[in-house]
Design a protein around this ligand. Sequence first.
Ligand SMILES: Cc1c2[nH]c(c1CCC(=O)O)Cc1[nH]c(c(CCC(=O)O)c1C)Cc1[nH]c(c(CCC(=O)O)c1C)Cc1[nH]c(c(C)c1CCC(=O)O)C2
Length: 386
Amino acid sequence: MAWLRTGPAFACGSHVALFSPIRRYAGVSTVSQPRPAPSTKPFLRALGGEAVWPPPVWLMRQAGRYLPEYRATRADAGGFLDLCYTPDFAVEVTLQPLRRYGFDAAILFSDILVVPHALGQDVAFKQGEGPVLDALKDEADLARLDTGRVLDHMRPVLETVSGLAKAIPETTALIGFAGAPWTVATYMIEGGGSKDFATTKAWAYGRPDLFGRLIDTLVTATGDYLIAQIDAGAEAIQIFDTWAGALPEADFMRWVVEPIGRIVRRIQTERPGIPVIGFPRGAGILYPTFVRETGVTGVSLDTSVPCAWAAEAVQPLAVTQGNLDPIHLVSGGDAQDVATDHILNTLCGTRPHIFNLGHGIVPQTPPENVARLMERIRGAARPDAV
Ligand SMILES: Cc1c2[nH]c(c1CCC(=O)O)Cc1[nH]c(c(CCC(=O)O)c1C)Cc1[nH]c(c(CCC(=O)O)c1C)Cc1[nH]c(c(C)c1CCC(=O)O)C2
């Protein structure tokens, strides 16, 4: 059985072993547990431990400004947040890249910053400027954040999820997502993007009690929101920790690993069988620690992670995803093919891997380079079994 032969050896972490879908399919855990039918969706089969060939593929930020049809819908919607909160528009832009490229997964069209918005913080997206938030300044600002209003606020987003569950092709999987508490907290405290996260770090290092309360609020809100996405039809979850690599080890453990671990364990307990992919961007040699301690099913590798190292150090612990440099899709040509083949030859074929970028696709990407990538992946010969 393919599950047993090719599944990663989840030999280490306690919760990993307990909740891994591979263990369940293999009949290792209690007989009373329902046995989910193996999926016909390549993306979910890979997350279940199968070395699917050709590897399933989707791209972070696959719906976005590089597509003319996205720019047209965004103009019809008015602003970016209107796009996120109007189900018809959000469903449409989610489907656009599927129509062009036939990706193996659709990702809900929304943003990680809808969670601070749902908690009561002012959030705006200014064209050409990125997100602007009304920065949290003190304990009183923190006390005003209200986890009780999150699900009501998210009603249109959840409606988008249920619309997508009906609209996507049968072999396409639906990914729900949220930002990780650390990354979302940086936007809430800095009031937008930041180069050095100086104010957020001053909270985290100097007032860990206060910062811990913000993180706890985000763990609760994010957990509620992700569970609601699953109930609306999301079949897998990705948690984006874009700025994880900004923290030194001890703080990475405390503010990245621990809160994500709490969210993952809640999903595994309350909605068992739903795979969670973590994206601790910039984690470097802490990738294996992140996987072991959070219990994620899959992990998204950023562009800086060497593939041969990941094959040895990460693939025995979790299903991997990644990690083509998004700038290869801008420059294209032979260099894009060589970089694509390197990932196919080192990470795919004998272990489960989901082809993706190492970070989001950028607006200046020529759409034909994405078509070239898809042809390369779908037409590739399977690397020899080791
Ligand atoms: C840090 C972060 C954000 N948002 C997100 C992250 C984590 C992943 C990452 O690091 O890229 C995640 C995100 N943002 C968006 C999605 C949609 C789904 C997808 O297609 O991947 C997802 C999964 C849409 C978006 N989110 C945003 C756009 C562009 C908005 C526009 O149309 O003008 C899109 C398509 C805006 C956004 N949203 C955010 C920023 C900093 C910006 C401005 C920068 C930019 O414009 O690219 C916050």
